[in-house]
Design a protein around this ligand. Sequence first.
Ligand code: HEC
Length: 156
Amino acid sequence: MKHILAMAVTAIFLTGGVSCAAEHSHRHEMMKQEGQKSDDRTELKLPEAMKTMQKQMMRQHMDTLSEIAAALAVNDLNKAAEIAKDKLGWTEEEEKRCSMVEKMTREPDFMKLGKAVHLKADELSEAAKAGNRDNALTALAELINNCNMCHNKFRH
Ligand code: HEC
């Protein structure tokens, strides 16, 4: 009995190992193909100092997402609501910032894509405040998609 169990475990391990390796090489192939494509996203024409500032803000956003996910993981919904609202919510200040970038770059989609992120953060905050973790997590997934909608369109 012990012997059969050991064989079964070995078989699972081996097939798992093979499919993992196949998956890995497939992914590697995809990455190589993507790497060969030219980057045809729209370049945001901004002064270097603004690009540096914008990227710093982006890294801050990434920290914020981590903090929100951590709060949701331990079911601290009030904290998640607070962080989402305070650090990513839509404010007049945020609107000014987005609108300035839009004017400088003459890219009308910048404001739209930025605003979508911040409004989704407000939605996440509301869901968490109402005690609905499932809806807050769904909003978090959509929020990350909204981040990437802009990354897929624009680059520095
Ligand atoms: C309206 C446009 C827009 C939105 C929305 C947006 N980003 Fe970005 N993000 C950019 C641009 C432009 C860059 C610079 C890309 C490059 O370097 O080519 C960037 C870069 C980044 C980087 C890399 C920073 C670095 O140091 O190179 C991170 C991380 C990032 N964004 C996170 C996020 C997160 C998280 C969100 C959502 C909460 C988000 N971004 C939403 C436009 C956006």
